[in-house]
Ligand binder design. Structure first.
Ligand code: P6P
Length: 341
C-alpha cells in the first residue's frame, strides 16, 4: 500500500527491477505475460458452472488422465500468450508429451523458458473446489539464436529464476517467488489487475495441519505410517492432535500450508514407488516458493531442488512445508524399518 493506494503487480515488478540497475526487465515482462494468461483462464474457470465446458474433453494427456475441457483451454491459453511474449523461447506443459520450442526468430533469441501445469487439481473443477496454474521460469542453457530444446527443461529446481502459481479459489491470487522474496497478489476484478495483498510471505517454522491422502495409508511404508500415528496422537506439548486437511489440489493445499504453516506430503507407496506428483511441473516450483519463504522441501532423502531431472514428466515423492514439521516427518520416514514396525 502506498498512502492507502493499491500497488498493482506491474508497479511492483517495475519497482523491484529498479533495485537492480543491471536488470533488463525481461523476467518482469514474462511474469506479466503469465499474469495475463491467468486472467484469461480465471474468466473461463469462473463461468465453468454455466458454460458448456464442464465434463470430459475426451482426450487423455501423457499422464493417462482424462482431460477436462478447462485443462485444454488453460493449456492453449498459456501456449498462445507465451508464444506472443517477447521473453519466452518455448514451453513444456504437463499436458504435452514433448517440449514446445517456439520456431520464430524472435523466440529463438529469447533467454527464458517456461514449464507449467496449466490447471492443477482439475478433478475439482466440477465440484467448485480450488484449482490452480503452476509455472516455472528457467534461463535457457541452449545456444541463443536457435530453438530451445529438451535440456533447457531438464534443469534442477536450484536453477530456477522464478516460480509461482495462480490459485482460482475464493479469490484469484497470483503468488510468485524470485530468489529474493515471495509475494502474493489478489485479482481486483473491477480493474482487472493483480494487486499486492501478501508482501514478503514467510512460512511459519511450525504448524498444526498435516495434509496427505490418508486413503493410501495401507500402501505406505512402516515409517510413513508411524509418522501418521504421531500426527494423530494427542501431543501434550501441543495440547491437541494435529488437524488433517486435504483438498486434492496441490495448489490449494500448498497455498494454505504457505500461509498458515503445516506439511503437505505425497510420499512413495507400494503402487507408486516415485509418488504421484511431477518433479518439473508441481514439486520444483512449489519447493522453490516454499524454500524462498523459509520452509523446506524433500523427496525423503534429498532437497527437491537438488534432484537432477532425467525425464520431463518424472514423478517424485514430496514432503514440503514448515521446516520443523518436514524434519520431524523425515525422522520417521527414514527410521530403520524394523524399529518402525
Ligand atoms: P490424489 C491433482 O490431480 C494432483 O496432481 C495434485 O494437485 C493433488 O495434490 C494430487 O494430484 C491429488 O492426488 O491421488 O490424492 O487424488
Amino acid at each position: 500500500m502506498i498512502q492507502g493506494k493499491l500497488i498493482t503487480m506491474d508497479e511492483f515488478t517495475i519497482q523491484e527491477t529498479r533495485k537492480f540497475p543491471q536488470a533488463t526487465g525481461e523476467l518482469s515482462s514474462l511474469l506479466r505475460d503469465i499474469a495475463l494468461a491467468g486472467k484469461v483462464i480465471n474468466k473461463q474457470v469462473r463461468k465453468a458452472g454455466l458454460a458448456d465446458i464442464l465434463g470430459k474433453h475426451g482426450a487423455t494427456n501423457v499422464q493417462g488422465e482424462e482431460q477436462m475441457k478447462l485443462d485444454v483451454l488453460a493449456n492453449e491459453t498459456l501456449i498462445h500468450v507465451l508464444k506472443n511474449s517477447s521473453d519466452c523461447s518455448g514451453i513444456a506443459s504437463e499436458e504435452n508429451d514433448n517440449v514446445v520450442p517456439y520456431e520464430d526468430t524472435f523466440s529463438a533469441n529469447s533467454k527464458y523458458i517456461v514449464l507449467f501445469d496449466p490447471l492443477d487439481g482439475s478433478s475439482n473443477i466440477d465440484v467448485n473446489a480450488s484449482i490452480g496454474t503452476i509455472f516455472s521460469i528457467y534461463r535457457r542453457v541452449s545456444e541463443l539464436g536457435k530453438p530451445c530444446c529438451e535440456k533447457d527443461f531438464l534443469q534442477p529446481g536450484n536453477r530456477l529464476m522464478a516460480a509461482g502459481y495462480i490459485i482460482y479459489g475464493s479469490s484469484t491470487m497470483m503468488v510468485y517467488a524470485t530468489r529474493l522474496s515471495v509475494n502474493g497478489f489478489t485479482l481486483e476484478p473491477s480493474i482487472g489487475e493483480f494487486c499486492l495483498s501478501h508482501p514478503n510471505i514467510k512460512i511459519p517454522d511450525n504448524g498444526k495441519i498435516y495434509s496427505i491422502n490418508q486413503g493410501n495409508t495401507v500402501k505406505f511404508s512402516a515409517g510413513m505410517r508411524a509418522y501418521l500415528d504421531y500426527c494423530m496422537e494427542s501431543k501434550k506439548e501441543e495440547g491437541r492432535p494435529y488437524s488433517h486437511r486435504y483438498i486434492g489440489s496441490m495448489v490449494g493445499d500448498l497455498h494454505r500450508t504457505l500461509i498458515k504453516g503445516g506439511i503437505f506430503m505425497y510420499p512413495a507407496d507400494k503402487s507408486s514407488p516415485n509418488g504421484k506428483l511431477r518433479l518439473q511441473y508441481e514439486c520444483n516450483p512449489m519447493a522453490f516458493i516454499v524454500e524462498a519463504a523459509g520452509g523446506m522441501a524433500s523427496d525423503g532423502t534429498t532437497d527437491i531442488l537438488d534432484v537432477q531431472p532425467t525425464e520431463l514428466h518424472q514423478r517424485v515423492p514430496v514432503f514440503i512445508g514448515s521446516k520443523n514439521m518436514v524434519n520431524k516427518a523425515l525422522e520417521f520416514v527414514n527410521m530403520p524399518e524394523v524399529v518402525a514396525n
